[in-house]
Design a protein around this ligand. Structure first.
Ligand SMILES: [Zn+2]
Ligand SMILES: [Zn+2]
Length: 321
């Protein structure tokens, strides 16, 4: 069995290659994602640990009570077949085997490093050797905290600082985009940085005439929409900054700079990386957009080197096939 990674909101799991991210919700504080195949379902969820928050056992009881109640409504017998202590990613954890006609397995633990209580729920149509291997692999290798957030899904992978939080996402079979946002507000300054990642599948068919010339492709197919949607500007123009190697791909880098709008004093810089991946037949777009606003008479400082360093760091972390 071959495994692949799914990284989402600071949790990284390894699941069989045929399983897909089917649903997701919430954010880094409190959220959920599901990966599934025809015969199995894995649900990863997390809630914040707060000062008032309950002990792990209380959370375990809450989960079992909820399922017991649901099973009761459907007049199904509910049993806790197994319940014992275990360890996940060096955290003390509880394992549960629940039975209410179907059997579900749970691992629940607290991760103080990410300040979250994490629960992983497994459901298999058939609990066999393969299912056991899936659980073992996931539980043995799950990462619930780390230096950076690893985003890995739809055969794309990149790493971001933990200060960037999920802001918007759209995942369909034909389209994918994700936006992460970091905001720093102080009395006299507003500083925003956003990461935007998108890909365009079936590129050689959809963009027959331009997929080999990304400058042309961008201008013709996406720059205007990008300007409106992401930069909130009707007119944008980009300048070529250069090229970079990413594995076997050549990445085109473009940049756009803006200063004050009519209503606000600010400086903005947006760097865009574009590349065509023949292995997946996708055009990828990664953008970093830095915005700084300050009222008069303060001087507006936008550190272009810092912006560029982060842009390069994230770009180098990309795996696209
Ligand atoms: Zn952890
Ligand atoms: Zn690639």
């Amino acid at each position: 069995m071959r495994f692949k990674e799914i990284g989402w909101n600071g949790i990284l799991v390894r699941v069989p290659e045929d399983m897909r991210l089917t649903r997701h919700g919430g954010d880094h504080r409190e959220g959920i994602f599901l990966v599934g195949s025809e015969d199995s379902l894995i649900e990863v969820s997390w809630i914040p640990i707060s000062k008032k928050s309950k002990s792990l056992l209380e959370i375990v009881d809450k989960i079992t009570n909820r399922i017991k109640k649901e099973a009761g409504k459907k007049k199904m017998d509910f049993k806790i077949r197994e319940r014992h202590d275990t360890v996940v990613n060096d955290h003390k954890a509880v394992y549960l085997l629940l039975d209410y006609g179907v059997k579900e397995r749970y691992y629940i633990w607290r991760c103080p490093e990410s300040n979250r209580t994490v629960a992983v729920r497994f459901f298999f149509r058939k609990y066999d050797e393969e299912a056991r291997k899936i659980i073992k692999t996931l539980i043995d290798t799950i990462e619930c905290h780390g230096e950076k957030y690893v985003w890995s899904f739809m055969k794309i992978r990149f790493e971001t600082p933990k200060t960037f939080l999920l802001n918007a996402t759209e995942i369909k079979s034909t389209e994918m985009n994700i936006a992460l946002l970091e905001e720093k507000l102080s009395t006299f300054e507003e500083r925003k940085r956003s990461i935007y990642v998108k890909y365009f599948p079936a590129a050689n068919v959809r963009f027959k005439d331009t997929y080999r010339n990304l400058e042309e492709w961008f201008k013709k197919n996406y720059m205007e929409e990008f300007g409106k949607k992401i930069l909130k500007r009707r007119k944008v123009s980009f300048k070529i900054k250069g090229e970079k190697k990413l594995g076997s791909h050549t990445v085109l880098i473009e940049e756009s700079k803006f200063s004050a709008t009519f209503t606000r004093r600010g400086k903005e810089i947006c760097s865009v990386a574009l590349w065509y991946c023949p292995e997946r037949n996708r055009i990828y777009l990664f953008a970093l957009y830095t915005q700084v606003y300050r009222p008069f008479p303060f001087k507006i400082r936008l550190k272009a080197e810092e912006h560029e360093a982060l842009f390069n760091e994230i770009l180098e972390s990309f795996r696209c096939h």
